[in-house]
Write a protein that binds this ligand. Structure first.
Ligand code: NDP
Length: 281
């Protein structure tokens, strides 16, 4: 039986690791031709190996090393994809990062350089790629899925100020882009993940893999942090991205957010203690 992405070409940013790599694998297994991209050559090689191990032929994927915060990186990514596959059906704007403050400052003490870098990767790269892929996606009546975060919800984040601001801006950009582009047949939607076990927190806090694992285990064990009882895995997000990128599944969903967080955003401080005592009894 043909996969649901048979005949489709997808660019998945941030697919040299984590959620993006898992999404590229899922799309490719379901028949898509995928462009895998990131800056780090070793990580890109791991993604290449994962695709080959899954039985995906080299003719069905392309690896592009590019910094998507630069115009030239964006042009390279789109140009090489069109050159190899001839069209574009799906853009997944997944690459993102919480930039670590060079002086380990937190909250609103973090410098403007951290703010600017945070906006560049989480928002400006999405604006650039959306503008540049627009004519190609209009031709194919394509789909865009952005990857935001639960940090965009209405809550204060004392440790970091700018990353939540960037993701909130991305959510609003999704709504504006969706209403602007739907007249051309292009759909835009967003997934907002909660805590997911990737390389994200290692980069964010400068942790080792062991420190990150302890964080995920501790968070998962605390039901007032993650009610479902475990930290998310990349496939939880990849499957939701696939749902939003697949027109047969989600044609009538335009400019919306799907929160995928094991229940994290449902818990308020006022009932966190009750949840904990119930789960310990
Ligand atoms: P990872 O750190 O594992 O992966 C991030 C990816 O983004 C890497 O492939 C990295 O590639 C790429 N990337 C970062 N900066 C650039 C850049 N300037 N140019 C090109 N590529 C870049 O994180 P996740 O997989 O967890 O993150 C994926 C998305 O999910 C992000 O948008 C993140 O904000 C979001 N998210 C993650 C959560 C989590 O708990 N993990 C929670 C909520 C949201 P390379 O290093 O090769 O450049």
């Amino acid at each position: 039986m043909p996969g649901r992405f048979e005949g489709k070409v997808a660019i998945i940013t941030g697919s040299s690791n984590g959620i993006g790599r898992e999404t590229a694998l899922l799309f490719a297994k379901e028949g898509a031709q995928v462009t895998v991209t990131g800056r780090n050559l070793e990580r890109l090689e791991k993604s290449r190996q994962a695709l080959l191990d899954a039985g995906i032929p080299e003719s069905n994927f392309l690896i592009v090393s590019a910094d998507i915060t630069t115009g030239s990186g964006q042009d390279k990514l789109i140009g090489e994809t069109l050159e190899k596959f001839g069209k574009l059906n799906i853009l997944v704007n997944n690459a993102g990062a919480s930039i670590k403050d060079p002086e380990n400052k937190t909250g609103i003490s973090q410098g403007l350089d951290v703010y600017e870098q945070t906006m560049k990767i989480n928002v400006e790269s999405v604006i650039g790629l959306t503008q540049k892929t627009r004519p190609h996606l209009a031709k194919t009546k394509g789909d865009i899925v952005n990857v935001s975060s639960i940090v965009a919800v209405k809550a204060g984040w004392s440790l970091l100020a700018y990353y939540p601001m960037a993701k909130a801006a991305l959510d609003q950009y999704t709504r504006s882009a969706a209403i602007d582009l739907i007249s051309e047949g292009i759909r835009v939607n967003t997934v907002n993940p909660g805590i997911v076990q990737t390389g994200f927190h290692e980069s964010e806090f400068g942790w080792s893999a062991e420190e990150a694992k302890k964080f995920y285990d501790d968070m998962g064990a605390n039901r007032s942090s993650i009610p479902v009882g475990f930290a998310g895995r990349p496939e939880h997000i990849a499957k939701t991205i696939a749902f939003l990128a697949d027109r047969d599944s989600s044609e009538y969903i335009i400019g919306q957010n799907i929160v995928v967080d094991g229940g994290t955003t449902l818990v308020l401080g006022i009932h966190a203690n009750v949840l904990n005592s119930l789960s310990n009894s």
